[in-house]
Design a protein around this ligand. Sequence first.
Ligand code: GUN
Ligand code: ZN
Length: 478
Amino acid sequence: MKLVTAVCAAAVALAFPAYAQSQNQYQSTAYRGSVLHFVADPATSAQPYEYYEDGVLLVGTDGKVKAVGPAAQVLAANQQVNVVDYSGKLIMPGFIDSHVHYPQTEMIASFGQQLLQWLETYTFPTEKQFADKTYAKSVAKVFLNELARNGTTTALVFGTVHPQSVDALFEEAQVRNMRLIAGKVMMDRNAPDYLLDTAASSYADSKALIQRWHNKGRALYAVTPRFAPTSTPAQLAEAARLLQEFPDVYMHTHLSENKGEIAWVQDLFPESTGYLDVYNRAGLSRKRSVYAHGVHLRDDEFASLAQTQSAVAFCPTSNLFLGSGLFDLQKAEAYGVRVGLGTDVGAGTSFSALQTMNEAYKVTQLHKAFTDTPDERRPLTSLKAYYLATLGAARALDLDSKIGSFKVGNEADFIVVNPNATDLMRVRMQRATTIEDKLFALQMLGDDRAVEKTYLMGKRIYVTTGSQSGYEYNQQYN
Ligand code: GUN
Ligand code: ZN
């Protein structure tokens, strides 16, 4: 098919949706629009992204990226392709949520306490319900649909202490062919009896889940001790044993979120030199270890995280909501710590990566205002924010060889964003003259309303435009 033929095909497909259905399923598909993705960290590169105003993302029938570039160039070089026209829209990699709790979906926005009281009042009673797998499945569906609506295509997810909560989530993710990392909570003390496991049972249950799910399709497993206060040293040792036995699984927990929590950890582990030291001594810090929050880390702890190649999930809406404090992103960057953005729903207040970037910007504004002289203030730029939600998060999760950018061969998880989704966004966008400014306005004003379509491995799973709306991965769940 010549360029002109390809463009005509796109026009016909738009006018006659039935034609689109009949497009050749054996051909690659060229998604045409304004294409943006990151290739490097804006903190260290002068040209960290590629942006093609009239661009094409070419996706093969295997669901992987075949090419990306200016539309004319990619279409001229690839003539036998289906063309889908998203001109006027932004095509970018799906967002990656580096820390979220699916069982807390329904308790999002529960009023006003700090971490430890919030866990007792809302979280533990809510998580109790996940002993029932049918219930867990129903919440997993709502959760994964929320991710799709918000353009999030991969997440690192806490289950509950119940192994069946993780089965329910992975089964639902499998229906959507979604790359998801999740794990069963390990928790053998300082929580209600109905949520406790033991060091031995948490090892056995986690091991069975690893064998059942890790690397099955797009699923990946995370060994998930909740946080130091709810695990005995014996349980942390069992978590480390799992990491030894299965070196490519993840480790996912919380770290230095709240001052009361930090004092409690010091009481429980008097021999440790600090919160991170508890995990380090247990042997839990290495590449593929992800620590949520790190709001109150000391300098030596930042250095240690960098040295072990552990990552931190920066969760601004949660840190503000629970009054935990202000993460020092600038310091993490200076120490070379890998950072991803997390929503941390249910303490986080939005599933939207755009809204999470919005709050991340404000956290960096406040942090600098409180701690540094004005000259040293460096608020989060829009480029860095989108990087943190895409390629940066993929690097933090050691998945950048698969997702997070449109590198040829990567899995084609992408979203179609409407920068003019609301009247206010439309008038604001008219003033934006640079891509940085457009992205900033989108991050400050946008949310799920700006996400029009979500694709996983080249398959559309969510759409909201015109007469079409809903989840497309499996009609029975619409
Ligand atoms: N620390 C331990 N458990 C939790 C949790 O569920 N949410 C948050 N934000 N912090 C935690
Ligand atoms: Zn959390």
